[in-house]
Design a protein around this ligand. Sequence first.
Ligand SMILES: [Zn+2]
Length: 436
Amino acid sequence: MGCLLSLSNPLRQFFFPLVFFVFFSPVNGKDNLTPPSFTPINGDLYHSSGLLMEEISNLVHRHPDKFTMETIETGNQGYKAEVTVVTYCRNRKEIDDRSKFRILLSFGQHGRELITSELALRVLSVLSEEQFLPNMDPISLNSTLDKLVIKVVPMENLNGRKLVEAGELCERRNGRGVDLNRNWSVDWGKKEKDYDPYEENPGTAPFSEPETQIMRKLSISFDPHIWVNVHSGMEALFMPYDHRNTTPDGLPSQQMRRLLEELNHLHCQDRCMIGSGGGSVGYLAHGTATDYMYDVVRVPMAFTFEIYGDGTASSKDCFKMFNPIDLTTFNRVLNDWSAAFFTIFKMGPQQLQKKHSKPSTTNSEKWVSIDEYLDGYLMERRNRYGKKVEVLEFGMQEIRTYFRLFMLSSILLLFMFCSRISKSKCSRPIVAVMPI
Ligand SMILES: [Zn+2]
């Protein structure tokens, strides 16, 4: 329906849903010819995309000490997209300080999931200290936030969102029909038996879409410690992998799970599903952002949150299925999940630090091959400077070769030096230098 063609005009916001409601009046349950009724966007609860971005922009301008904002635009084949990124750092001078803990949050990757962008606004309002969370100690909050740089993408899929506002309430893809959460390169393009292009079209190639290109560049240059891709449709806390029904092995995986369990307990009343996206959601998803963040950008904690879903809604009733429709639920979702993000801000860095303070291995230090050493060294470098992986592979080979040559020439020099000395002074009888 064309309910929200121009969202700055409140009359249209209400006129079109009304017209639709009249034409497709509620089903009496018997007449198969009557299209199923569905719920229009609730303009009392939800901002239009334009108003939401305007509110965020005003908020940023009211707090220039804490926030900066940039809009990145790109396009191809006549299709243009823009992604706005808000950066939070309590002391703006430290925005590029790489010792800070970095968090990247994306909302609104799917057009129909309006509630997620409302949550972005709420999180930013709390960060601005214009709104407060109950039971939050301001001193501990400030000391937590001092150590962080947080980048928030409030509406990753603005073009798709506009289609939803124009009446395509079930649209999740971008402005030209590509699912932005299938357009990444990890296991891209694989199609399951129940593949539905209306839902999951992965595009013509990995990163064919301007929105994904922007997000990829942003993630590689920012090199976050935590990534959260916020969605709706169910209540779940997912970790990698989406394209397999297993989670990765090892410590990072345990750390992710531990954090998710804590969040589930504190903020989801243990209702949320936890685990790998592919293992829990009932289908495998290929080419997703979170799998790329974990596998390629090497974000140690990469998550997908599903913050709300109405399982009782008809599958055609998308606004109701993906978004709370009454004030109480709307507020409950925003309160619970904004609190969850502040728990992440506090606990995420603590969880990851545990890895660095692991027991010392001085007594049982094992010999490490040059290759192993360099792998570790380069991973560190990559994590700090966000070098691209392709460049990394090439650089690794080069450095290995130089290192080997260096070691070889050092050994030769040492050998020559020693043999010279042994001919002159070293030939003296060795006297034990022991005090009597
Ligand atoms: Zn989604």
